[in-house]
Design a protein around this ligand. Structure first.
Ligand code: NAD
Length: 324
């Protein structure tokens, strides 16, 4: 377990997808440590607004580029990086249908470009993997040793298999090129800066509740997820970054909620007049999902701290402020 931050003032960090929901919070945390941060994004699902407050900071640069085309020529990318955090990827179920090839590319060719750069720079390479790597799991909760149950040709496969490829690539570079690799398997995370229309349950339910529209729960609503507030996830990712661990390591919370319970909690916290309704469920949507956090606890000293009601309240406030 590490007590001292490996990455701080004077260290240069590249964050791909840096204008996205989770990555922009990570960028904030790295900036707060005094790191020099280059965020690279093509804004396919992210927004400049998420990092607008950093644009005048001397040790922050936002580079607009598609990382699947390789690292662009840009002065901010000319110097070596101490760490490369590959966070770029569309990640919501609606993206799986709208951006299938883009998702496959950013989880394959982009990963290879970044791995080559990390080897050249002698940088630590951390990649955002996902609980989707477990597919529709037959083991519950999911431990890192579980290999998963993924339909390789289903709608979700572009995301699941790309992340699994990226994990395989990161491990291959670790074994064969001595790369300092870290893989975090992120479970459902929510918080401010999510897109209201991104198709994920929490922003959808909050937007519907704030408009007093019917809450559209998929299927019976008995399927469960463990939901993690973004500040807890960012702390876990930084603990992994600072460690010498390779992973994969799960990050999230063990607090499991059914979709029905989540919808009802959001209705109650918003004081909404919305009814909860049930619509067709998408194919291969996992029935249950909860991380086993033993490794994160033992190897990183990770412990999530934000209760779902608190995190949901903060997220609701963010959405309320932006409603027209
Ligand atoms: P997000 O869509 O808000 O962020 C992803 C960012 O990557 C966006 O800003 C997008 O514009 C950018 N991007 C996508 N393709 C790109 C490309 N080719 N070149 C440059 N930029 C590109 O999504 P998020 O939820 O913040 O997810 C961030 C990362 O965490 C993703 O890798 C995702 O797979 C992973 N993850 C998230 C969750 C979650 O619950 N939020 C769960 C598991 C894994």
């Amino acid at each position: 377990m590490n007590a001292v931050a490996r990455f701080g003032p004077g260290h240069r960090i590249l964050v791909t997808g840096g204008a996205g929901f989770v990555p922009s919070h990570l960028v904030d945390a790295l900036m707060a440590r005094g790191c020099t941060v280059v965020a690279l994004d093509n804004f396919v699902t992210g927004s400049k607004e998420n990092v607008a407050h950093l644009l005048d900071e001397p040790n922050f640069t936002l580079v607009e580029a598609d990382i699947s085309d390789g690292l662009p020529t840009h002065p901010a990318l000319a110097e070596r990086f101490d760490a490369i955090l590959h966070m770029a990827s569309p990640a919501s179920p609606t993206d799986f249908e709208k951006l299938p090839v883009e998702i496959l590319r950013v989880g394959s060719v982009a990963t290879l470009h970044l791995l080559d750069r990390a080897v050249a720079d002698g940088a630590r390479f951390l990649m955002a993997s996902t609980s989707e790597a477990y597919g529709d799991p037959k083991e519950h909760p999911q431990r890192e040793s579980y290999w998963g149950n993924v339909n390789p040709i289903g709608i979700r496969s572009v995301y699941d298999e790309a992340k699994r490829f990226s994990e395989a690539a990161a491990m291959a570079y670790h074994r064969s090129r001595g790369l300092d690799t870290a893989i975090v398997r992120i479970f459902n995370t929510y918080g401010p800066r999510m897109r209201p229309d991104d198709g994920r349950a929490i922003p959808t339910f909050i937007s519907q509740a704030l408009r007093d529209e019917p809450i559209t729960v998929h299927g019976t609503g008995n399927q469960t997820r463990s939901i993690c507030y973004v500040s807890d996830l960012v702390r876990g990712i930084l603990l992994l970054l600072d460690s010498r661990e390779t992973g994969p390591i799960n990050c999230g919370t063990e607090h499991e909620m059914s979709m029905r319970e989540l919808a009802e909690t959001i209705v109650s916290l918003t004081g909404s007049a919305s009814e909860v309704t049930y619509i067709t469920r998408s194919a291969d949507d996992p029935e249950m999902r909860r991380p086993d956090l033993t490794l994160a606890r033992e190897l990183l000293g990770y412990e999530p701290t934000v209760a779902p009601e608190d995190g949901l309240r903060r997220t609701i406030e963010y959405f309320r402020e932006r409603m027209v």
